[in-house]
Design a protein around this ligand. Sequence first.
Ligand SMILES: Cc1ncc(COP(=O)(O)O)c(C=O)c1O
Length: 491
Amino acid sequence: MPKDFLNNVVSEKATLKDVLDRLNQGALGAVFFVGTDKRMVGVMTDGDVRRAFLKDATLDMPATRFLRQKFTSGRANASHEENVRLLTDEIRHLPILDAKGRLVDVLSWAEMWRMPIMEPVLAGNEMKYVMDCIATNWISSQGPYVKSFEVAFAKYHDMSYATATCNGTAALHLALTALGVGPGDEVIVPNLTFAASANAVIHSGAKPILVDVTKNYWNMDPAKLESVLTPRTKVIMPVHLYGHPCDMDPIMALAEKRKLFVVEDCAEALGAEYKGKKVGTFGDAACFSFFSNKVITTGEGGMVTCADASLYDKMMVLRDHGMRRGRRYWHEVAGFNYRMTNLQAAIGLAQLEQIDRFLASRRKIAQHYTAGFKGLPGITLPPEMPWAKNIYWLYSILIDEKKTGITRDELVRGLEREGIETRTFFYPLHHQPPYRSSDPFPVTEALSARGISLPSSNGIKPGAIERVCKDIHEKIEHHRVMNRALKATVK
Ligand SMILES: Cc1ncc(COP(=O)(O)O)c(C=O)c1O
């Protein structure tokens, strides 16, 4: 059975360079030494290699000089549980030996233990409300939780109307279609966003026109908007990315001056504020997502809020196959089935009841991370402009390779090995086939190449955040020492 760990097995003749190469290529942070009789003789972790170089070792030295001959191992004939119990914060890769001391497997911490980037907390009335749906037989979109969730959501935003949908992309498409966006129209979309923002535009028949984002808060740059407007522009779509609001005043002023609609994409920023006012209350319509990684979730789900009764009416009709409200099976337009089910809405309502707690915990998570990165050069922390309240949907940072000595992608791989899930920033839309453009987008390019989001679940514990920060510190230190050793050898 081919196993990944075989890439991390070397003979006693290996040099430090061989060990480094194996560490860089393999999925484990340790290399296992096997003697001519096939018995395992020692182990070297990336920490051991680092310490060797700190003692002025060079790449051509035999690695066995620095070998850890005393190491903890599991037994092939022990139970899985017994072996797992030997894994600790220090021993993250456990060699499993047979009765003759031969290496037969490696048990890795990362296989046993994952820190997801985002997982839902379903600790309120979710179960109770879902059970109620089942007990009453209301599981489709006809049940009463849909209305209750919509009313509560609208109230939370102090908006007149909220329309629940089956997901956030459908919410965007519904809003654009109800505003009359179609072929021949253009919609301004930031280049740095999840593709759903632009996809909704394309599916409405219009063309997404990309605009660059700002260096300091990573969102649509209002100063660049005017240059992309044409007589065909119909909508500006600000996306409040990673939990930070867009600078809404200049966007709204331009929209008013040029008689354009504004559709806010709030998928990643429920509860964020601009100048003390919640996002989703500025545009003609605002769209939310309740996918399972969002601040509140319904599994899949979305919502559109608006203040205008006729727009709301159009969306209600379009959401339900274009059927006239109050006249069943009479279709005024060819609509969609974008309805949310009662089961989803039941979860959504229970989630919304907990939103204050979720948002408070997100700010604490951000404080913990920020404290954990103190004094670490080369890391740009997530922005919070003086006019903004960031909800830190994903705690996201930028890595400066020149100062840290590690590339963003090396860091992602290193954390992956420790079982820590991260997410790189979105690729610039203009690099991808459906949205290709040859215009320059220098800020989007720079952020996209350097950005990484860290585990940010509502329920993540301070100890877990400390672990992520400690691992990042270690990975950076490791690369600093390695780079120095490599440079010394090349000389
Ligand atoms: C910025 C942005 N817009 C739109 C969406 C689409 O939402 P959904 O996945 O619910 O369709 C998402 C989320 O996934 C998003 O992050």
